[in-house]
Ligand binder design. Structure first.
Ligand code: CO
Length: 292
């Protein structure tokens, strides 16, 4: 009996020492998923897209505490000052999880392409590797060739049936980052799969709208539906795509003689898109086990 108690005490001591040496003070029962998006200051679309995706993740992973963080400090600041809503950036969110002794943290990128936002997030995780027993990040929406195929099916579900003189033009964000080529790759695959009148443009990268207008005219397109290729239908969708200003896509296309419809729903409202984010999350959670 006495022997057992001594054995137990020494085991407790050893476990304590090991935990102390690693510098970690983690609780194996505390696991979190951090849904990381650019964010939006538009609350209606935020609820329908980002928060709805977070809810879908919560339903899928009952063993995890699911939290939300934004990569845009500008959006975070606007929400705090204007609406008194507090949302963490990635570092703040990780600091809190560390303080609360989480052992496992899975960050899921809700970005569309593996661009700047995603890669900066990946780099930020490096400093936190020692703070958790497991810290990984799930890929954004468009990563592998299979992702593109799944995204095309998801887009199909929200597109109208197109007559020969009708087209859909998606507005992607666009970036100076090399991942800007994602947009053209998706456009190419759409054409390969028979969506000849579906185009991917960008608001801040390549291709801009003027490149697409030339193609639309060549094909004698008369009617266009504009859709955001972004998680949310926020500032870019409401203003740059569907706004009444001189330089919005809607205004420019109307001036060029097209009739224009606008679809103001972010990809976060699309079931197929949410399902693909959850697939990526699953891959992030089980990646290590598969690799071993
Ligand atoms: Co922007």
């Amino acid at each position: 009996m006495k022997k057992n108690i001594i054995l137990l005490l020494s085991m407790v001591l050893i476990v304590g020492l090991v935990a102390g040496c690693s510098g970690k003070n983690t609780d194996p029962n505390k696991k979190a998923i951090l849904a990381l998006s650019f964010g939006t200051s538009y609350s209606d679309t935020r609820a329908l897209t980002i928060e709805a995706t977070v809810d879908a993740i919560r339903a899928e992973y009952p063993d995890y505490d699911v939290k939300m963080a934004f990569t845009s400090q500008t959006v975070i600041n606007i929400l705090l000052e204007r609406d008194n809503i507090e949302i963490d950036n990635l570092k703040d969110a990780l600091d809190k999880l560390k303080k609360e002794h989480y052992s496992e943290v899975i960050v899921q990128s809700l970005h569309i392409i593996p661009g700047e936002e995603f890669n900066v997030a990946k780099e930020e995780l490096v400093e936190y590797q020692d703070s958790f027993d497991k810290l990984v990040i799930g890929n954004p929406l468009l990563n592998t060739h299979e992702d593109y195929e799944k995204v095309i099916l998801a887009l199909e579900s929200q597109m109208p049936a197109l007559a020969e003189n009708e087209a859909v033009v998606f507005m992607g964000h666009g970036t100076h980052h090399p991942a800007n080529s994602t947009y053209s790759a998706l456009d190419y695959m759409l054409k390969q799969e028979g969506y000849n009148n579906v185009y991917i443009g960008t608001v801040e990268g390549y291709p801009l709208l003027d490149v697409i207008i030339d193609d639309l005219k060549e094909k004698n397109i008369e009617k266009i539906t504009l859709m955001p290729l972004m998680l949310v239908a926020g500032d870019h969708a409401n203003n740059d795509m569907a706004g009444d200003e001189e330089d919005s896509w809607k205004t420019v296309l109307k001036k060029e003689g097209f009739s224009v419809e606008t679809y103001l729903h972010g990809l976060g409202e699309n079931d197929g898109v949410r399902a693909l984010f959850i697939e990526h999350l699953d891959e992030a959670i089980y990646a290590e086990e598969v690799a071993e």
